[in-house]
Design a protein around this ligand. Structure first.
Ligand SMILES: [Zn+2]
Length: 463
C-alpha cells in the first residue's frame, strides 16, 4: 500500500477538514494498467498448460480474475499487433502493416481517448517501435527504452516509480481533483536474443549445452528458416530453456511492479503482442506466418470490476482491448472501433458467442499477404500474392486433430476448406481498399532514424 509524503498528506488533510469531502464530486473511475509481454506465446504460460513454472504471477492473476483461453493477436509481429490492441482496429484499418508505416492519424489511440476523458497517461515500452509510429500518441509521459537486450526489472522499476509519483501527487490526494491513471508497460525480454536468466535458466536446463548456436546473441534476420531447419533436439531444448528463463524473469518483474499497484482500485490486463515459433514449421522467431504458435497469446484480466476465477473459452481478438479499457475509463466508444468491450464477461461469469477472429500479415519477405481466421477449433490461412486476389495457398487446420498445425485437416475438395477460403477472401477484399485509402492519404512513409533502422534489422525485421 502507498503512503503519503508529508506535504501531500498535509494538504489532503487540511482540505478535507476545511471543506469536507462528502458533498463534493469524486472521480471514482478505476486506474487502468495494461501490460504486454513481447513474444509470449500462450502455451508457455502456466495456466495455459506450460509444464515449467514460468509464470506464477500471471497464474495467480488468472486464478483471481478472468482468463481468455483462446486470445488471438491481430498479427504476428509487434507494430501491427500492438497497433490493433491500442486502437481497436484491424491492421488494415489502422495502417501500421510494415515497420515504415505509422498508425493512421485518422484513428485515435486508446491513450488519446483516455487522455481526452481526463486520465493521466504514461507508457514504459521496451521496443524498437518507439518513434514516429503512433504508439506514443496520447501518452503525456512516454519512455521508450531500446535498444536490446531488454531488462524487465529496470522497466518495472521505472514504471512503478511513475505510477507511485502520479498516485501520490497533491492533485490525486484531494478527492475532487483526482484524475485516474492509465499506464501501458511493454516488456521485451522473451524476444530474441534469449538470455540465460538465473536462477531460472539453470533450473530449466541443468545439463551444459555444447551445441553450435548462440541464441543469446543478436540474430541474423535471415537465420530464422536456415537455423530452424538445422536445429537438433538438444539445440531446441537449449533454445526453450533460455526463452522460458526470460519468461520467468519477466513474470518476476511484473510481480515487483504490482507491489506498487492497488488492484482493488485498478483494472489490470496482461497479454502479449504475439507468440514465437520454435521449429514447429522449420523456423524460429515470428513475423513469418500466422501460425497458431505465433497467434495465440495469454489474456488475463484482474482487479477492479473483474469477476473472480472465470475462464472464457471462445476465441477472442486482442483488438477488443482498446474498447474494454475505454469503457472501463468511461472514455466513450466514438468514433467506433472494429471490436467492442468485453465487460460482459469480465463482470459476470458469462461466455462469448463464437465469432470468427481475423489476423493479418503483410510484412514477411515472401511477397505474400497472409490472412488468418480462427473459428472455434478451426484455424484457416489464406496466402495471396501481395496486393492481389491471386490465391497462392489455403490451409485449414483442426486444432483437436493437430495442435502443432503440421497437417491440414481439410483438403480443397472439402466444403469446410472452400467455406474458410471464401470467408478469408471476402475479408481480404473488404480490408484492402481501406488500407489503400490510408496509404493514399499519407504523404510519405515515416522517415525512421538510423538507430531505429539498425534496431529493427537486429530484431529480424526489414529483411
Ligand atoms: Zn513483438
Amino acid at each position: 500500500m502507498t503512503r503519503l509524503g508529508p506535504p501531500a498528506a498535509f494538504l489532503a488533510l487540511a482540505a478535507a477538514l476545511f471543506i469536507g469531502t462528502s458533498a463534493l464530486p469524486r472521480d471514482s473511475r478505476p486506474d487502468l494498467l495494461l501490460v504486454s509481454i513481447d513474444c509470449l506465446r500462450a502455451d508457455h504460460v502456466g495456466v495455459y498448460g506450460c509444464k515449467r513454472p514460468t509464470t506464477p504471477i500471471v497464474d495467480r492473476l488468472a486464478n483471481r480474475g478472468v482468463r481468455f483461453a483462446a486470445a488471438v493477436a491481430a498479427s504476428d509481429w509487434t507494430l501491427a499487433s500492438v497497433g490493433s490492441f491500442m486502437t481497436g482496429m484491424q491492421p488494415s484499418r489502422h495502417g501500421a502493416v510494415s515497420p515504415a508505416e505509422p498508425l493512421s492519424l485518422d484513428v485515435p489511440t486508446l491513450a488519446e481517448r483516455l487522455a481526452a476523458a481526463g486520465y493521466q497517461t504514461g507508457a514504459f515500452v521496451c521496443s524498437v517501435y518507439n518513434q514516429k509510429l503512433g504508439l506514443e500518441r496520447g501518452f503525456a509521459s512516454y519512455q521508450g527504452s531500446g535498444p536490446i537486450p531488454a531488462d524487465a526489472r529496470l522497466l518495472a522499476r521505472d514504471a512503478a516509480a511513475w505510477w507511485r509519483s502520479i498516485g501520490h501527487s497533491v492533485r490525486n490526494m484531494i478527492p475532487w481533483t483526482r484524475r485516474p491513471r492509465f499506464m501501458w508497460v511493454h516488456f521485451l525480454d522473451p524476444h530474441a536474443p534469449y538470455l540465460p536468466r538465473e536462477p531460472y535458466y539453470s533450473a530449466f536446463h541443468p545439463a551444459p549445452y555444447s551445441g553450435p548456436y548462440r541464441f543469446d546473441k543478436e540474430r541474423d534476420p535471415n537465420q530464422a528458416v536456415d537455423v530452424g531447419k538445422r536445429l537438433s533436439v538438444d539445440d531446441r531444448d537449449q533454445l526453450l530453456a533460455l526463452y522460458d528463463s526470460e519468461v520467468r524473469y519477466t513474470d518476476t518483474a511484473l510481480g515487483k511492479l504490482l507491489e506498487s499497484v492497488d488492484l482493488s482500485t485498478t483494472m489490470l490486463a496482461v497479454t502479449a503482442d504475439h507468440g514465437e515459433e520454435f521449429k514447429e514449421h522449420e523456423q524460429i522467431g515470428h513475423g513469418l506466418n500466422l501460425s497458431r504458435q505465433c497467434l495465440l497469446v495469454p489474456l488475463v484480466f484482474a482487479g477492479a470490476s473483474v469477476q473472480c476465477g472465470h475462464v472464457v473459452t471462445a476465441q477472442v481478438g486482442l483488438v477488443h482491448l482498446a474498447a474494454t479499457f475505454a469503457a472501463a475509463g468511461d472514455a466513450g466508444l466514438e468514433p467506433p472501433m472494429d471490436a467492442g468491450p468485453l465487460q460482459g464477461c469480465l463482470q459476470f461469469p458469462a461466455q462469448l458467442p463464437s465469432r470468427p477472429v481475423y489476423s493479418e500479415q503483410m510484412e514477411s519477405s515472401h511477397n505474400l499477404d497472409v490472412y488468418s481466421r480462427v473459428l472455434g477449433r478451426q484455424h484457416a490461412l489464406l496466402q495471396l500474392e501481395r496486393g492481389t486476389d491471386t490465391v497462392w495457398g489455403v490451409q485449414v487446420f483442426d486444432w483437436d486433430a493437430n495442435w502443432e498445425e503440421q497437417d491440414c485437416a481439410f483438403e480443397p475438395a472439402n466444403p469446410v476448406h472452400a467455406a474458410a477460403r471464401d470467408a478469408l477472401l471476402t475479408y481480404a477484399r473488404r480490408m484492402r481498399p481501406q488500407l489503400a485509402e490510408i496509404r493514399r492519404k499519407r504523404v510519405r512513409p515515416a522517415a525512421l532514424p538510423p538507430g531505429q533502422l539498425k534496431d529493427l534489422r537486429a530484431l529480424g525485421y526489414l529483411r
